[in-house]
Design a binder for this molecule. Sequence first.
Ligand SMILES: [Fe+2]
Length: 395
Amino acid sequence: MKELPRKIIATSLIVGTILSIILVHSIDKNLFNPKEKGPWVLWQNNPSSEVIISWESKINEDSAVFYGENFNSLNNSIFNSTLTEIHHVLLTDLKSNTKYYYKIGSSQEIKDEINVFQTAPGDENTSFNFLAISDTQQASWSNGFCKKVASRLTKNIFQYDFMMNVGDFVWNGQDQSDWNDFFDIYGDVLNKTVLVPVIGNHDSTYPKANDTETNSKFLEYFPLSSNPNFYSYSFNYSMVHFTICDFKYGTEDEFENLRESQLDWIKNDLEQAQSSKFRIVSFHCPIKASGFHGINNYMVENLLPILKEYNVSLILNGHDHHYEHVRSDGIDSVILGGGGAFQDPHAILIDDSQNMFFGLTYTSISVNNDFIQVDTYTIDDELVDSFKVESMRNE
Ligand SMILES: [Fe+2]
């Protein structure tokens, strides 16, 4: 009889502790995962004259953007009466190679913060540079890797014309709190530049075979693809044609029906870009890597020959969690897996590997009329790798 109260008390304590943990966790999620996000800036067709200003608001509301070339006088405005939480406002007729300041809000309230972006050059001869990272994906994890990389990028984001993330923005694209964490951590970078997103396997459940369903917010936050079944788009920036593709898994049975149509799309896109001095192609899953995912034979046999045939200058990948410079069939590629994920020490060095590094990194890519310079640094600014790609244009 004396045992019963003790058992009841012990059980109550255990249940109470578990409930408290659940309650505190849910309160924490509510407190530290505000719904408001952004702004962030995207471009789609013509980066020299159009951008998309995006943000997420707490409630459904209309959209307003004030913008201009002078910080003290934002004398242009766009208002959209559609009520929405995720806002995408297209600015058109912008001047090329010009810095614009902007504020966002609604008819009820315009936010005080002034943000900035720069349009692309209007010619094909202006030198430029951009930041490339990938696999930021573990924003909320206790190692703080994602935050460390973001802090480093915040310091001199103004030195770059835009930033590309080659996929796996988040750990779980279906988990809203992961997206909240990403936008929270990258807020001070995204409000100062233009983001070029590439989709990763963790960003979306979409699609396998002909399944076009997705529960991920990736497509809602970055609605740039004109293809209903895969996430691909392209644009010209000065002397470079950028092709953004949707190869995000490492296995050959993915995209059973889609990979052919993707290859056709890539082939067609590159065919029309032969007059550009350089072609840079980005997709999440590498063709060859010395890391966990190794060599993708499907891509070696089907994608690499297309990239070779159409004179691709540089390939940007992620997915494997390390940095690597690979040269296959004369095409340089970099794996940008040091952007925030746990580093994976699994390595079987492939013959095509030129350099490999485990640790948090970011990559600076500068382009001029003669060459593309690719420099990768640790977040403490130690140079990890540096190489040059000469122009391959057929004159
Ligand atoms: Fe990945």
